[in-house]
Ligand binder design. Structure first.
Ligand code: ADP
Ligand code: MG
Length: 802
């Protein structure tokens, strides 16, 4: 699928309050830092002049800067502001009530500064006024006494943060940004002030916002002098895209002469970042294609004819693929047929390609991806090859195994499940059968193709939802004792399958996901990856009603669930988040809830429990009992995300819903609504998200606004594609796709989702440059080549030096 390239104004509309880059919104320092996390690229430039050359830096400050990651002048010069404060955007204090729970920038004069000691939590309250006649109270809980003494009556300050209200007083509690205006003329109409993230450690070392700005100024000047800011893009690209020259852009990004110029400058710098990323990826793709050992040209026409004419096919002497297709109890949806055709086309290599298929099949939860994958696997088997079918967890692998075995039971196809906890002898038999070629489809986790498993002739690999879990969650879910892939293997890459076993051919690969990614992103990161999409759900699915509640609503929520159980004999899920690296803590939360609920609200009902600390067998047993209606309620940690169909379960109750990612919530919701009855998904948000409780700090308000925004998206739409898009926009693509772990990207300004137009542009430009000049040896590319060599530690393996 393709996402539209958002125009900047459209983007801003959607994320205005949360993530606006320019002038309007502010982010908490934490969020700003997260966004700008410098991701270590293949190699960081080294050997540059150190910070000691800068004026006004004591050795102590140099040390502080260096432990914060600023080792060289370049580190400072390229540390761009996370946001700007624009004098035109200041909100008059008497207007603040209109901005409750939203981010603002204001300017005000200190009227009073008081310290109220308290045994529990002392605080400083600073009152500000401005010409509008309005007032604002700043509140500090950290070092309140000291704080209260920092403010002098009559002094002017710039403040930015989320506006709160407590007992009718408008406040910003613990404002993330505040700056003393020593000269009131300093910040007036027309001025734009760059705001840099400064860690508390740097502040403690005596570096103020102002002195940091000066350091950056100096660093930029020094870098310019020694040629570090010289142009590095090929001239014709600069001309073609009307890019701002490099030196000028760097100056404008730091000290914009106007918001419009700053936009142009940022665009240029983003282009540069993405262009160099694309150059490398383009070279990688070239290299990968040249490494292909050999491909299988599958004969796909029998299944193609069966798709066209099932009746004729049933009469003909056909193979298992056609048999399974024609005996399905339902008709494939249009999207399923279309995707299958695309897969078969790749498999046939009829377009003359010499590389294997690498296709992503995306479709919402329940859209029927499994059957599409199975039909493709059967074609590979008809052609004499074996298949590997992988899932992210053992539980999901076991579930797939059941599904496949059921569908295949009238055929001769042999499937095997390889997971941990199997007896040694049993395991050896399974491995032998895979090695001898007797097993047609081996089902397991990612470890299937990575550990000691030997296939006789592996030709087709399917992997389901490989990237869906966050890395931390994957670590937690992986059963250490068993033959699952180690977490480091997962981290390595989200979509690229690494096949360790040397085989005669490079297998075709089909990846499946319910979390769609933009096409440009797929192209960028996985170069040769193509995408098929199933847009519709099979007919007859009932929509799931989604509701948002808070913890204090529990009695009502439970009562409603109980009514379902009593009146309709339906079943209920209660899910607790798997949030930390610790399976233990989360399992304990579920255990506690189990104890409490079986003693109270659900004491008259049969309640089951499943969590990560349980063994694979126990988990499966608990789920089996739930499926067979031995339990009315199943209390679970997120392991149930991967549970089998339980058509009779119609209520999905998700506790601490704000701790889940949107995509994950959507997945969970997809566990109900599988039967004919109408279903409900109840999102239960933590009490602290309920508004107006006590005094909330600017950060807390920001966090809860973000969280509520996410949950509301889920209530508003059941379209998985919409949700994935919202998730990416809110969280940033990098985080969502696990790119931060992939080590491929070093992005300071650019965002792979927000800047998809530049992503696409640079993709084409880099490919064109590389195909015309693979080693970047022409004079026009000289500066580009030098920069490339400087940027990537392993660059020489791409650009043969010498
Ligand atoms: P997902 O895409 O989430 O992996 P599944 O492959 O698990 O979805 O399919 C969900 C359910 O829908 C399964 O029970 C499957 O048998 C059923 N199904 C798949 N395709 C169709 C179809 N075309 N019509 C009706 N039911 C279908
Ligand atoms: Mg699935």
């Amino acid at each position: 699928m393709t996402y539209p390239s958002y125009r900047p104004d459209e983007k801003f509309e959607r994320i205005d309050e949360i993530r606006c880059w320019f002038c309007k919104g502010i982010m908490s320092e934490r969020a700003a830092r997260q966004r700008k996390t410098i991701i270590p690229a293949a190699g960081a430039p080294s050997g540059l002049p150190s910070l000691r050359h800068l004026k006004g830096l004591t050795p102590k400050k140099v040390d502080a800067l260096s432990s914060a990651g600023y080792e060289t002048l370049e580190d400072l010069a390229f540390h761009f502001p996370g946001r700007y404060l624009d004098a035109r955007e200041l909100v008059p204090l008497n207007d603040l009530r209109k901005h409750l729970r939203r981010p603002v920038s204001v300017r005000g004069k200190v009227i009073s500064a008081n310290y109220t000691p308290s045994q529990r939590r002392g605080r400083a309250a600073i009152s500000l006024k401005d010409d509008s006649g309005g007032a604002l109270q700043l509140v500090y809980f950290d070092y309140p006494e000291w704080r209260s003494k920092q403010f002098r009556r009559g002094d002017e300050y710039l403040v930015a943060g989320y506006v709160g209200e407590f007992r009718n007083v408008i406040q910003i509690v613990q404002p993330p940004f505040i700056e003393h205006l020593s000269n009131p003329e300093e910040f007036v109409q027309g001025h734009v002030l760059p705001l840099y993230y400064l860690s508390p450690m740097l502040r403690k070392a005596g570096i103020s916002d102002k002195s940091f700005r000066e350091l950056i100024h100096q660093a930029v000047d020094e870098c310019e002098k020694i040629g570090l800011l010289d142009e590095i893009l090929p001239n014709d690209l600069i001309e073609r895209h009307h890019l701002m020259p490099r030196v000028q852009s760097i100056h404008e990004v730091h000290w914009p002469s106007s918001p419009e110029r700053a936009q142009l400058a940022r665009r240029r710098m983003k282009y540069e970042e993405l262009f160099f990323m694309q150059l490398r990826l383009s070279m990688e793709r070239e290299r990968m294609r040249s490494n292909v050992r050999g491909v299988v040209k599958y004969e796909v026409s029998p299944l193609l004819s069966a798709l066209k004419d099932p009746i004729a096919s049933r009469l003909a002497n056909s193979g298992p693929a056609e048999e399974v297709l024609t005996s399905l109890p339902y008709k494939l949806t249009g999207g399923q047929v279309q995707s299958l055709r695309e897969i078969l086309h790749d498999m046939s290599k009829s377009d003359g390609r010499t590389y294997p298929m690498n296709r992503l099949l995306q479709g919402d939860v329940g859209s029927g991806k499994t059957i599409v994958a199975l039909l493709a696997m059967l074609v590979a088997i008809e052609n004499g090859y074996q298949c590997a079918f992988m899932a992210p967890t053992e539980v999901l692998a076991a579930q797939h195994f059941d599904t496949l075995t059921k569908i295949l039971n009238s055929t001769d196809i042999k499937t095997a499940l390889l997971i941990g906890g199997q007896k040694k002898r049993e395991r050896k038999q399974i491995l032998d059968a895979i090695a001898s070629g007797e097993t047609h489809i081996a089902v397991g986790t990612h470890a299937l193709i990575q550990k000691s498993v030997r296939f006789q002739r592996l030709g087709f690999v399917v992997t389901d939802e490989q990237h869906r879990f966050g890395v931390a969650q994957r670590k937690a879910l992986i059963d250490k004792s068993s033959d699952t892939a180690g977490p480091e293997e997962f981290e390595h890459d989200m979509f690229r399958i690494h096949i360790h076993e040397p085989t005669a051919v490079t297998p075709d690969v089909l990846l499946m996901t319910a979390t769609p990614i933009p096409r440009t992103l797929a192209l960028t990161l996985y170069g040769d990856m193509e995408v098929s999409t199933i847009r519709e759900l099979p007919p007859g699915r009932k929509p799931i009603q989604t509701m948002l509640f808070y913890e204090h609503d529990h009695p009502v929520i439970y009562k409603a669930a109980i009514r379902r159980i009593e009146e309709r004999a339906e079943q209920v899920f209660i899910v607790y988040p798997l949030r930390d690296k610790s399976v233990k803590i989360d399992s304990e939360a579920a255990e506690k809830a189990f104890e409490y609920l079986t003693a109270h609200d659900f004491k008259n009902f049969r309640v089951g429990l499943v969590h990560g600390k349980m063994s694979s067998n126990d988990k499966q047993e608990a789920m089996r009992r739930f499926r067979e209606k031995e339990f009315d309620v199943l209390i679970a940690t997120t392991v149930i995300e991967v549970v089998v169909d339980v058509p009779n379960a119609t209520v999905m109750n998700i506790e601490h819903a704000e701790r889940f990612g949107l995509a994950q919530l959507h997945q969970l919701r997809g566990r109900v609504g599988r039967g004919s009855g109408d279903s409900a998904c109840v999102l239960v948000a933590s009490e602290k998200l309920a508004m107006g409780e006590g005094m909330q700090t600017s950060d807390e308000i920001e966090q809860s606004s973000l969280a509520l925004e996410r949950l509301r998206t889920l209530v508003a739409t059941s379209d998985g594609f919409e949700i994935a898009k919202a998730d990416m926009q809110i969280r940033g693509t990098g985080e969502l796709m696990g790119l931060k772990q992939s080590g491929k990207v070093r992005l300071r300004l650019a965002d792979l989702t927000f800047d998809s137009d530049i992503v696409e542009q640079t993709l084409h430009d880099a490919d064109a440059v590389i195909s015309a000049d693979p080693q970047l040896r022409t004079p026009a590319n000289r500066a580009t080549r030098e920069e490339f060599l400087r940027l990537y530690r392993d660059a020489e393996s791409y650009l043969h030096v010498g």
